[in-house]
Ligand binder design. Sequence first.
Ligand SMILES: C[S@@+](CC[C@H](N)C(=O)[O-])C[C@H]1O[C@@H](n2cnc3c(N)ncnc32)[C@H](O)[C@@H]1O
Length: 412
Amino acid sequence: MAETKRDEAQSELYYKKERLKYSPEEEARLERQHFWRIIDAFRFYRAHVQEQIVRAERQFKSLSPHHQSLVPGVLSNLARISQCAEHNQKVLQAIIQNSLHMFENVEYYSEREDDPGKVRPSSTFDMDKLKSTIKQFVRDWSEVGQAERDSCYRPIIEEVQRLFPCDEYDVSKVSVLVPGAGLGRLAWEIAQLGYTCQGNEWSFFMLFSSNFVLNRCEKVNALTLYPWIHQFSNNKKLSDQVRPITFPDVNPQRLPDNSDFSMVAGDFVEVYTEPESWDCVATCFFIDTAHNVLEYLEKIWKILKPGGAWINLGPLLYHFENMANELSIELCYEDIRAAMVKLGFIVEVEKESMQTTYTENDRSMLRYVYDCVFFVARKPSGMHFKNQSDDQQQSLPPAAKSPRQEDADRFT
Ligand SMILES: C[S@@+](CC[C@H](N)C(=O)[O-])C[C@H]1O[C@@H](n2cnc3c(N)ncnc32)[C@H](O)[C@@H]1O
């Protein structure tokens, strides 16, 4: 898991660096290029898995007949893995089919002048990201992921309900932002309770997939994925590697009438510029995705309304750690906490040891547990905050603003 998360960041980083360097036109061109690179990755999946299978078959066949006869199920299991990959590819095709026109204000489809259906090879980076995205379906939208959601999302949801109880608030007017929303389940659960909730996500892998599950998958458990076929080590049984999961475990379309749920594409730091616009920001396994976590802290502070709350759960597995030429400020929790207090946050709830997993394969012989920190930090409701300059205080608008980001790409 640790390596996968790092690889994910590494690939995204290329995109980010390029964007920072160029003019708006060049930036738009690079974004289109990036969009198509991710589409290509979805298309290349089966060929990539097939390469692995062919290699495994070749290696097995190089064994002596005697050794081969000792483990007679290996080749048929590889054939089964190949069928599962074939099936996964069909789901991935459905996902990208629904992604080509998903953004309201950007049309990428016409940009591909050469054969738009052609399968192009993808990097190992992108293939790893795609495999992680497949596992994210287990975490967010399968029955198997329920225990993981209970350990990661449930504490956050309970705090939202405790801070903004429905008998005291018109919860439809309580706005909750979930940056780094992944496949959207946490944001969806909060919207399901009647709160206005917006997920924000940066990765096209996640955005394509969440768009598909949230908008195109009404029938409960109608779709199947084989998320563990890529794991050739630490299996107890052949059948563990090829076991399916079904999704979605609920109908994502089923939200309360008049519910206000949305997903916004883009970098959290760039998209959310409106000060004092959110009642609550909920981050789960997110703050360690920052180049500079202090930038996230400051942004959350700025966009929260006075009296608003930041709820966080997650580890500090810094995504950009040890990456050449990349800013990566790896603060320990103690320093993050001190910085939060200096900004003016009041830490109201704090647990330093919440054990959770992340896209865990519960039958694997290797399992990671994160010993997460969990906290609720409040931005006080008074207008005069500690360590804030007069300039900053004067620029704060007196009333909270709409949570809508009008010029951001939006779907659902
Ligand atoms: C480790 S995942 C956690 C996903 C989800 N919160 C969960 O708990 O399953 C972190 C997510 O943050 C997203 N992300 C990273 N940097 C981001 C940024 N600057 N703005 C928005 N999303 C970002 C990544 O694409 C990834 O989906």
